[in-house]
Design a binder for this molecule. Structure first.
Ligand SMILES: N[C@@H](CCC(=O)N[C@@H](CS)C(=O)NCC(=O)O)C(=O)O
Length: 211
């Protein structure tokens, strides 16, 4: 058995963030695809790994860690190269800032509202609520304007170096880019569009496509 086991299906943005971090560092792991659509995150077995019934969870030699920042801490601590956490204090703070913005504001608006309506509801055979989309779009655009402003100043979110903050945003952009709203979103955010074009070329991004 590998030292690491990642629990959570590949369609999850947070699972992809962790998979991209592992791929960036060339770390081997076993992957157990806990499927949210089958309710596998609510089984007693998974609740024992993650008491909030979320994915990902990460087993480190029999010791389970949950919450993506904590999982990234293990990966970064045990595999420092290439670094995904900047050494510079302000760059590291900036990385944490954007990770937190994704958690608290962007994920709920972009995935929870816009992507859910546009991509998940049709998959589930449910109607798209256009009012939810209309309400979510300006929120998503306002938030992405903040990312765009950062990316006008620095090539990556935390500064010059690629960091975990970029790994947080990439899986969300992957879903937003599949919505009919993508053109409008990217047209208004040229620096974000440039960053998005570049990150799609990274091997860690292409290797972790949900399929
Ligand atoms: N704070 C968690 C968020 C993880 C999360 O929200 N995962 C989503 C999938 S992308 C999930 O498990 N949703 C299931 C649910 O909310 O029931 C982390 O940092 O890992």
């Amino acid at each position: 058995m590998a030292r690491y086991v990642l629990y959570g299906f590949a369609a999850s943005t947070y699972v992809r963030t962790v998979r991209m971090a592992l791929a960036e560092k060339g770390v081997a792991y076993d992957h157990v695809p806990v499927d949210l659509f089958q309710g596998e995150n609510r089984t007693p077995e998974h609740m024992a790994r993650h008491p909030f019934g979320k994915i990902p969870a990460f087993d480190v030699n029999g010791d389970t860690v949950y919450e993506t920042p904590a999982i990234l801490e293990v990966i970064e601590g045990e595999h420092g190269q290439p670094p995904l956490f900047p050494a510079d204090v302000m760059a590291r703070a900036r990385m944490r800032q954007w990770m937190s913005v994704v958690d608290n504001y962007l994920y709920p608006a972009a995935i929870g509202r816009l992507v859910w309506q546009r991509l998940i509801n049709p998959l589930l055979g449910e109607a798209v609520d256009e009012q939810v989309v209309r309400d979510a779009l300006p929120d998503v655009q306002r938030q992405l304007a903040l990312f765009d402003r950062q990316l006008a100043e620095t090539p990556q979110l935390a500064g010059h170096a690629f960091s975990a903050a970029d790994l947080y945003l990439a899986p969300i952009m992957a879903y937003l880019s599949q919505t009919p709203e993508a053109d409008a979103i990217l047209r208004d955010a040229p620096n974000l569009a440039r960053w998005w074009a570049a990150i799609q070329q990274r091997p860690s991004f292409t290797a972790t496509a949900p399929g």
